[in-house]
Design a protein around this ligand. Structure first.
Ligand code: FDA
Length: 511
């Protein structure tokens, strides 16, 4: 409407003026009239579903090159009531970094992606617009024995990922990304630039796993790097139902969280048509990383998991950095693919997570496989990610990420599709699976992993306030009892709820 476009123009004028004041040019402002607007908007979107359900497009996208442009964005957003959404890697499962139900604009961190590494102190400052691929590449270029523990997909952004946890192939040995944050640079609701000392331990606690968005804009994290051996071993062995997949997955549950913490045995489970007999079957892909040489790995497997029948020929030794290509499906390609930020996506997807604290029976597993057989081939996948090891060395309240001792593994289940005409069928499928799994997974609360964001588990009111009781529905699932402290921190640092989205921690008075 005319009124809202005038309003948008006022906002745009405000931004332009503030940018001029701080002597920065306006190249980093994209309006829908700008030829690059669509490509900038779409470049980091990995899931077509969220935007396909949302009518609103951002009024403006800005790609700040310095902190004063972020301060300007906060100032103008407050002044004109246009909601600010911050995006780092754009991988949010529900698209919360780039869609909204109310007029909004995007602060896209892509130009703030510097990484500086101190090999002597074994630390690094990473700006949040960097991707995991850029981080891994940059560390490996400096050192063969330093690395970082975070997720598998190279295009995931540091900003969202570290803010919500960050699980990867070394997490049993080294914990999650957020466990290794030792300082940060945050811009708060008043535009102040804070570091660990000036923000205080409450806010510093909250930003290490309490989820992006709620507390401010994180410009950079300082992390502790980890020490790795020069040679690691990878393998990916597949077993179908005919090759005892069910029994093996059953047995895996008694092994995966307890085995040597240098070993992470991740499981991907999919259904496919066997090329041998043309029948639909289920395949369990044991996709694993061992931090050491194959000759050390084999006796461990022989002792703890002989049923899998792992042999030397299944395994490949390589430097850690090459293992990041292996696990992200780029094996054999040049390391430069880690620097490729844009991957245009053609699929719609929906995913959910659960935590398993008691092994699922063979009978239960067989019933889960039925769901896989029923859904389109290649569309559905389960990932079983083992916990234990270093993850358990932290108490539940050390940082907001609460999923510690007592969890055997996390389930990630997802469904993807290319033809959106049948989207409701796919959504119904994953919701039915979620209902079915209830009997096998954690209860009261039924825990979920924040970085696998799922709005089905509860959300805030889009307009108006959200009560503590309402937010607790999703808050305790992601954060368990840490949710109370997160609300307390929110009350302190952003009582007006400027930084918000559909699942941000709301400020509500508890006491
Ligand atoms: P995005 O930019 O969408 O941000 C996510 C949320 O954080 C949004 O609410 C956003 O507003 C907020 N935010 C972003 N930057 C911020 C900043 N600088 N300051 C404050 N708030 C900010 N997870 C995992 O643990 N292990 C894994 O291996 C993988 N693998 C994986 C693969 C693929 C293909 C996808 C799509 C996702 C994953 N994930 C994952 C999940 C991933 O960790 C999760 O989606 C992260 O939030 C993504 O962070 P981005 O910065 O990319 O997202």
């Amino acid at each position: 409407s005319g009124a809202s476009s005038a309003h948008n123009n006022d906002f745009l004028e405000c931004l332009t003026l503030q940018f001029q004041k701080s002597n920065s040019d306006s190249d980093s402002i994209y309006t829908p009239q700008n030829a690059s607007y669509s490509s900038v908007l779409q470049s980091s979107i990995r899931n077509l579903r969220p935007a396909s359900n949302s009518g609103q497009k951002p009024v403006v996208i800005i790609t700040p090159e310095n902190e004063s442009q972020i301060q300007a964005a906060i100032y103008c957003s407050k002044k004109h009531g246009i909601q600010l959404k911050v995006r780092s890697g754009g991988h949010d499962y529900e698209g919360l970094s780039y869609i909204s139900q109310t007029p909004f604009f995007i602060v896209d961190m892509r130009n703030l992606r510097s990484i500086s590494i101190d090999t002597e102190k074994k630390t690094a400052w990473v700006q949040t617009g960097a991707t995991l691929g850029e981080l891994y590449y940059t560390i490996a270029a400096k050192s063969k024995t330093l690395a970082f523990t975070a997720g598998v997909c190279p295009t995931v952004g540091v900003g969202g990922h570290f803010s919500g946890g960050g699980y990867g192939m070394m997490s049993r040995k080294h914990g999650i990304a957020a466990d290794h944050i030792i300082d940060a640079k945050v811009i708060d609701v008043n535009g102040r630039i804070l570091d660990r000392k000036s923000m205080g331990e409450d806010l510093f606690w909250a930003i290490r796993g309490g989820g992006g968005t709620s507390f401010g804009i994180v410009v950079a994290f300082k992390i502790e790097l980890i020490v790795i051996p020069q040679t690691v071993t990878v393998f990916n062995v597949t077993r179908t139902l005919e090759q005892n997949a069910t029994q093996l997955v059953h047995r895996w549950q008694y092994v995966a969280d307890k085995i040597d913490e240098n070993l992470l045995l991740r499981l991907f489970i999919r259904s496919f048509t066997s090329s041998r007999n043309g029948k639909r079957t289920v395949g369990a892909f044991f996709t694993s990383l061992y931090l050491g040489p194959v000759d050390d790995l084999l006796p461990i497997m022989q002792e703890k998991f002989p049923e899998l029948g792992l042999v030397k020929e299944d395994c490949t030794e390589m430097p850690w950095i090459e293992s990041t290509l292996f696990f992200s499906g780029f094996q054999g390609e040049s390391l430069d693919v880690l620097l490729n930020r844009t991957q245009v996506s053609t699929t719609y997807s929906k995913a959910k997570s659960d935590y398993v604290r008691k092994p699922i029976s063979e009978y239960g597993l067989k019933n889960i496989w039925k769901f896989l057989i029923e859904e389109d081939e290649n569309g559905a996948e389960l990932q079983f990610s083992p916990y234990g090891g270093r993850i358990n060395d932290f108490s539940e309240s050390e940082i907001p990420f609460p999923h510690r001792s007592g969890n055997i593994f996390m389930i990630h289940y997802g469904v993807g599709w290319e033809d959106n005409a049948e989207f409701q069928r796919h959504i119904n499928w994953i919701r039915r699976l979620f209902n079915f799994l209830a009997r096998y997974v954690s209860k009261s609360p039924r825990a979920a992993y924040f970085n696998y964001r799922d709005l089905d588990i509860g959300m805030n009111n889009i307009k108006g306030n959200t009560s503590y009781t309402q937010a607790s529905v999703w808050g305790f699932k992601y954060f368990n009892n840490n949710f109370r402290r997160l609300v307390h921190v929110k009350n302190k640092v952003d009582p007006s709820n400027f930084f918000r989205n559909e699942q941000s921690v709301p400020p509500v008075s508890l006491w």
